[in-house]
Structure formats: C-alpha cells, structure tokens
Ligand binder design. Structure first.
Ligand code: ZN
Length: 69
C-alpha cells in the first residue's frame, strides 16, 4: 500500500504540470514546488490550513523555488 497519504488525499500520482511535483512527493517532502502547485493541490492547501498542527506541509505566500531536481 501507499504510505504517507491520508484518507481522501486523492491520486498520489497526480502531478503539477508546471514543476512535476506529485501528490505523493508533496506529502513525502511536505513542500510545494511552485505557484501552480497551490492550484493543483488546492485540497492539500486547505487541509494543511485546517490541520496546521497535524501536518507539516509548508504553506506560505512565498515558496522555496527549487531548480533541478
Ligand atoms: Zn508545481
């Protein structure tokens, strides 16, 4: 089974078309890849805001740009 993704998290292979970050990787690393991620993974953003003490997803107006991978 997949590890790390909570119930109702959605398709772990769904990826951001901009930076290629997958939902699985988002949960693994706890960090958005780019601005587009906030739209693709809007549900995760809301979840993180609601469960900000339970999850370690980094949410902010400024994200850390990652070049290469
Ligand atoms: Zn992205």
């Amino acid at each position: 089974m997949e590890q790390g993704l909570p119930d109702g998290a959605g398709d772990p292979e769904e990826a951001c078309p901009e930076c290629g970050l997958t939902r699985r990787k988002l949960y693994a690393e706890g960090q958005m890849g780019c601005a587009r991620c906030y739209q693709v993974f809007a549900a995760e953003v809301e979840r993180a805001l609601l469960e900000i003490h339970g999850k370690s997803i980094h949410i902010g107006k400024v994200w850390e740009a990652r070049d290469g991978g």
